[in-house]
Ligand binder design. Structure first.
Ligand code: PLP
Length: 370
């Protein structure tokens, strides 16, 4: 699904130099590389504070911890997402409230958010799924009217722009109170291990976040909060510092591959190509098609025989996952998510796809469907 080796070959010198500098400095934790990357990312995103941390799941957890949410508080998020989003809500003893998504953009449905609000609701976690922004105009409007926090799960959309109806454009992850991202190797900005970051424009929240990722400690060995230990290590920061200047180019390469797929599949009676949300650029973390009347398992099997990986993100809606079975929800409650989980599939998407590979992938898909 990704080609990290090919991407590395092109930036080998910068990456290797950065890693060797860290080794020479022996500042493996909280070294200069982490500070430099943090500053670079703040500039790139146009956000006041970036707080690096251990991974995207920690980013979400620490974000929720920093807002003073208490057990029983309700947090609204999408039923159609990677499990981490709801996992941290549950771990903190908060109550996840799931809502359905838009059938074409796969992102959280603002009307469904509105219907799910109760006096206990404290926060909304929109997920910018597969590389494009949720409708942040609508989400922020709901949040303002109901006095709710917004934590953006930007793990799949770093680099995407949201274009507001009010005329401004901002990077996804910098619009709500807090944004979270992951630098897992296969993400659009990936390191060579685990990594994550939290963004905010709010000085007070930034202060809390910095303390919580560091054992709830603001002054050495004085612990004001129950915190966690969540750090981005310096070697990963060096890799990310080398890769960040290429992020826009990487997003572009993904877009070009997506356009190739689009041309091959548009108007096909059995396929719906990814819908572009008018208020967002798309950075194509995934290229996800909706199949109609297709034996999806057989298609994936057929592609596998030609060494073409295809994946299903996500095969089971969160409300039907064993760990999250809840008497509040039953099969049929989230018809869009349930239908998507049965029909979507994702094709290889990365920065190194060439025409030959794209030609093979598209012709094999079309061959199966013919
Ligand atoms: C990858 C991902 C995460 C978790 O990131 P990790 O770094 O793997 O912990 C959370 N949410 C979404 C939507 C993701 O895609």
């Amino acid at each position: 699904m990704v080609d990290l080796k090919g991407q590395y070959e092109k930036i080998k010198e910068e990456v290797d130099r950065g890693i060797h500098q860290v080794i020479d400095s022996t500042q493996f934790v909280n070294g200069q590389a982490v500070k430099d990357f943090q500053t670079d990312l703040e500039k790139y995103l146009g956000v006041k504070h970036v707080i690096p941390c251990g991974n995207g799941t920690d980013a979400l957890q620490v974000a929720m911890m920093s807002l003073g949410l208490r057990p029983g508080d309700e947090v609204i998020t999408s039923d159609f997402t990677f499990v981490a989003t709801v996992e941290v809500i549950a771990l903190l003893g908060l109550t996840p409230v799931l809502v359905d998504v838009d059938p074409l953009t796969f992102n959280i449905d603002p009307e469904a958010i509105e219907r799910a609000i109760t006096p206990k609701t404290k926060a909304i976690v929109p997920v910018h799924l597969f590389g494009q922004s949720a409708d942040m105009d609508a989400v922020m409007d709901i949040a303002h009217r109901h006095n709710l926090f917004v934590i953006e799960d930007n793990c799949q959309a770093i680099g995407a722009d949201f274009i507001s109806k009010e005329g401004w454009t901002k990077k996804t992850g910098t619009i709500g109170h807090i944004g979270c991202t992951s630098f897992f190797p296969s993400k659009n900005l990936g390191c060579y291990g685990d990594g994550g970051a939290i963004f905010t424009n709010d000085d007070e929240i930034a202060h809390q976040l910095r303390g919580i990722v560091n054992h709830g400690m603001f002054v050495r060995y004085y612990h004001d909060y129950v915190g966690v230990n969540s750090r981005l290590d310096s070697i990963q920061a060096a890799v990310l510092k080398a890769k960040l200047p290429h992020l826009d180019e990487y997003c572009n390469a993904r877009r070009i591959a997506a356009e190739y797929y689009d041309k091959a599949f548009e108007n096909h009676p059995n396929l719906i190509i990814p819908t572009r949300f008018a208020k967002s650029t798309h950075v194509f973390h995934q290229y996800t098609l909706i199949s109609k009347g297709v034996d999806r398992a057989a298609l994936i099997d057929f592609l596998g025989k030609s060494d073409i990986p295809a994946m299903i993100y996500y095969p089971v809606p969160l409300h039907m996952q064993k760990a999250y079975i809840d008497p509040r929800y039953k099969e049929g409650d989230f018809p869009v998510t349930e239908s998507l989980s049965l029909t979507v599939f994702s094709l290889p998407m990365h920065t190194e796809l060439d025409e030959e590979q794209l030609h093979l992938i598209t012709s094999k898909v079309l061959e199966f469907l013919s």
